[in-house]
Design a protein around this ligand. Structure first.
Ligand SMILES: NC(=O)c1ccc[n+]([C@@H]2O[C@H](COP(=O)([O-])OP(=O)(O)OC[C@H]3O[C@@H](n4cnc5c(N)ncnc54)[C@H](OP(=O)(O)O)[C@@H]3O)[C@@H](O)[C@H]2O)c1
Length: 244
């Protein structure tokens, strides 16, 4: 059994998740770096090691039940518990508006952004329940907030990528329901939006205005390490509460 806090970060071989893993490890947390591709994951582990940061690679494809079960078993053996689960892995399979959305793209997006979070959370809950006070942080987007879709004056109101926006709205609902069920267990469940970040998300070059992913990661890490006991909330990366 390791003495330090133990964290699993999904989709941590690149992008925001990579920086979350790095910052948690730098804060003294024993980090399990989740990567669906072991080779890409090992490359991230090696890059971190060259920077003096030690993390442990865990192969984890959140859409693959066998991979999720094997990851839980690996963590059980390695650390015996989990203090922090960051459900960061996310995709946008196409940005089509509703009338042009392919159901396969919508399904693929939900497989990762919604069903993958549920599968991973349920597999890790026995380990999380062993921690004195565990935290689940789900990585959402302001694009999943209902008011950003329903208020025509909201900055993103005109954007209509069905799969991504609705998947993050579903993730928000999933988060609240977990928070309600787990309210008296010492396991808190919250969502945080990392802000618009320059990563490889969605393929292609980052959109104008996309900022440093490390800054978005810092907001996730702050929430993951907080001992405030708050659950069922939506925060922006700067810590401010965000309306659902
Ligand atoms: N970038 C932004 O502006 C922004 C804004 C708001 C919210 N977010 C959210 O932030 C999170 C991270 O996004 P990012 O910008 O860092 O994107 P990214 O650079 O594309 O990284 C996504 C990560 O998720 C992994 N992943 C995808 N499918 C997976 C699966 N089935 N199982 C396990 N891992 C999987 C990817 O692995 P591979 O390398 O193998 O593909 C990668 O490690 C996502 O949930 C996204 O929705 C991003």
């Amino acid at each position: 059994m390791v003495a330090a806090k133990v964290a699993l970060v999904t989709g941590a071989n690149t992008g925001i998740g990579y920086h979350v893993a790095k910052q948690l490890a730098e804060a003294g947390v024993h980090v399990l770096l989740g990567s669906r591709d072991s080779r890409r994951g090992q490359a991230a582990v090696d890059t971190l090691a060259a920077d003096g940061v030690t993390v442990q690679l865990v192969q984890l494809d959140v859409t693959d039940a066998n991979s999720v079960a094997a990851a839980a078993k690996t963590i059980e053996t390695a650390t015996g518990r989990l203090d922090i689960l960051v459900n960061n892995a996310g995709i946008a399979a196409g940005f089509a508006p509703p009338s042009q959305a392919g159901v396969d793209d919508v399904r693929a997006t939900y497989e990762t952004n919604v069903f993958g979070v549920i599968a991973t959370t349920n597999a890790m809950l026995p380990l999380l329940r062993r921690a004195p006070s565990a935290r689940i942080v789900n990585v959402t987007s302001v694009l999943g907030a209902m008011h950003t879709m329903t208020d025509p004056a909201a900055p993103w109101a005109a954007l209509t990528p069905l799969a991504y926006r609705s998947s993050k709205a579903a993730l928000n609902a999933v988060t609240v329901l977990y928070a309600t069920e787990l309210r008296d267990t010492g396991v808190t469940v919250n969502v945080v939006c990392p802000g618009l970040r320059a990563t490889g998300f969605g393929g292609g070059p980052p959109p104008p205005g996309a900022a440093d992913p490390a800054e978005g990661a810092a907001g996730i890490v702050r929430l993951a390490l907080s001992g405030d006991g708050v659950t069922g909330t939506f925060r922006n990366y700067d810590g401010t509460p965000y309306p659902w």
